[in-house]
Design a protein around this ligand. Structure first.
Ligand code: ARG
Length: 456
């Protein structure tokens, strides 16, 4: 039954009702809807807009509805128009005329906006907790591998030696920014729209600060049109979630590569891999692939929200009902991905000897060889050129810089002496990169400590 029936002579057709209804996806906000209504009725009572007795009865009635939904005694009607209508209808069924007073000085437009904000603020806290759990696992693994040498890449070509701990901590930096983005988003969301009414506030003498305080909002919105038609907070959260997915997707991509026989830097635990129905030898990184794939959903949700909002005249329009499925899907997907990803990383076995082997090929100490000459007084450009010639020589002879005889070095540049072999040792090259932000193991440990301090 629609609450707005007064001027209508006919019932909605079944298809129109189904098309118009949002109960299948907004029922998840039942708790926030009830919290918002309890605060609203208390404020109406305090301001003398309804009697204190009615306010108290409404508050108790709503608490009863909440308890009954949670115990399963009251089932949310899938035929209802939306969660707001359902709860108000149930309250009226229980309290009669008193229940009908709840919607005084309120519209579903400010009601839905406050519900979404209450719901998303809680979700942001949950997501931040999941991101922190992932950060803890990253720090733990990075600590174990602070000194593990691996090749660093550019263009997916072996570039310079780094430590695996350093590589992992790059993701910690990304996730720290994600944490900040989530709290920024929550702060900007923390402004209460209730009291904006349908679009133009109300003539009742409401006190919005009472409701804001009861609902734990930092402040109230300052324009009623914007209060009901703003969905920046959904877009902003979807953007922050999309960036998290970019990070998880890149991390997944690397894990997928590292699992392959071409790399074999890591092995995923059996609990986080799947087999093939035909190829008995296969162990596939499906979880990482799914996380990478699900990034597309979240980017799609962001695009959907931007597109829904871009052409809507002020203030509320029904288009905006489309906000919920998109932002809820983004929230659910990110939570699911983080929940799957963290234990996968935690149980991932690292194979340092394969990383070391890969680091020993591909001339990743060529920059260090050039730097050796620079430290002996040669201008960098000349040192670069001489080292390039040495690499060409190694390729021709099937050798590495470590195994190339000293005579060959001297043929290219007579400044070389035996000291070059020490200078291009992989550990020395990786550990020697010690300015702040570098792969040196002590640096990595310092960064881990910094991150742990931030998240605890
Ligand atoms: N279910 C609606 C939504 O999610 C609630 C607001 C309805 N307001 C209205 N004027 N029809 O947007």
């Amino acid at each position: 039954m629609q609450l707005w029936k007064g001027r209508f002579q006919k019932e909605l057709s079944k298809t129109t009702n189904d098309f118009n209804s949002s109960i299948s996806f907004d029922s998840r906000m039942y708790k926030e809807d009830i919290e918002g209504s309890i605060a609203h009725s208390a404020m109406l009572g305090k301001c003398g807009i309804i009697s204190e007795e009615d306010a108290a009865a409404i508050g108790e009635g709503l608490k009863g509805i909440l308890a009954d939904i949670e115990s399963g005694k009251l089932v949310i009607d899938p035929e209802a128009e939306d969660i707001h209508t359902f709860i108000e209808g149930e309250l009226t069924a229980r309290l009669g005329d008193t229940g009908k007073r709840l919607h005084t000085a309120r519209s579903r437009n400010d009601q839905v906006a406050v519900d979404i904000k209450l719901y998303l603020k809680k979700q942001i806290d949950e997501i931040r907790k999941l991101v922190k759990e992932l950060l803890e696992v990253i720090c733990k693994k990075a600590e174990e591998h602070a000194g593990t040498v691996m090749p660093g890449y550019t263009h997916l070509q072996r570039a310079q030696p780094i430590t695996f701990g350093h590589h992992l901590m790059a993701y910690a930096e990304m996730l720290l920014r994600d944490l900040d983005r989530l709290s920024d988003c929550k702060d900007r969301m923390d402004v209460m729209p209730l009291g904006s009414g349908a679009l133009a506030c109300t003539t009742y003498p409401i006190d919005r600060s009472i409701t804001a305080q009861l609902l734990d909002f930092e402040s109230v919105t300052h324009n009623s049109l914007d209060g009901v038609s703003d969905r920046d907070y959904c877009i902003e959260l979807a953007a922050a979630l999309s960036i998290i997915m970019v990070h998880l997707s890149r991390f997944s991509e690397e894990i997928i590569m590292w699992c392959s026989w071409e790399f074999k830097f890591v092995e995923l635990d059996d609990a986080f891999s799947t087999g093939s129905s035909i190829m008995p030898q296969k162990k596939n990184p499906d979880i990482a692939e799914l996380v990478r794939g699900k990034s597309g959903r979240v980017f799609g949700d962001l695009t959907a929200l931007l597109t829904v909002m871009k052409g809507i005249a002020l203030a509320y329009n029904k288009d905006m009902q489309e906000d919920k499925e998109a932002i809820f899907d983004a929230v659910d997907t990110v939570k699911m991905c983080l929940t799957a990803f963290t234990p996968m990383l935690d149980t991932m076995k690292v194979i340092p000897q394969n990383m070391r082997k890969a680091a020993a090929g591909g001339f990743i100490n060529a920059t260090d060889c050039a730097d050796y000459l620079v430290k002996k007084g040669l201008p960098f450009r000349d040192a670069y050129k001489a080292t390039g010639e040495l690499v060409a020589k190694c390729i021709e002879m099937g050798l590495t810089l470590e195994t190339l005889p000293i005579e060959e070095y001297k043929n290219v540049c007579d400044i070389f002496d035996e000291g070059v072999y020490e200078a291009i040792g992989l550990e020395k090259c990786a550990y020697g990169r010690s300015p702040v932000g570098g792969p040196n193991p002590d640096n990595v440990r310092k960064e881990i400590e910094r991150v742990i301090n931030i998240i605890s």
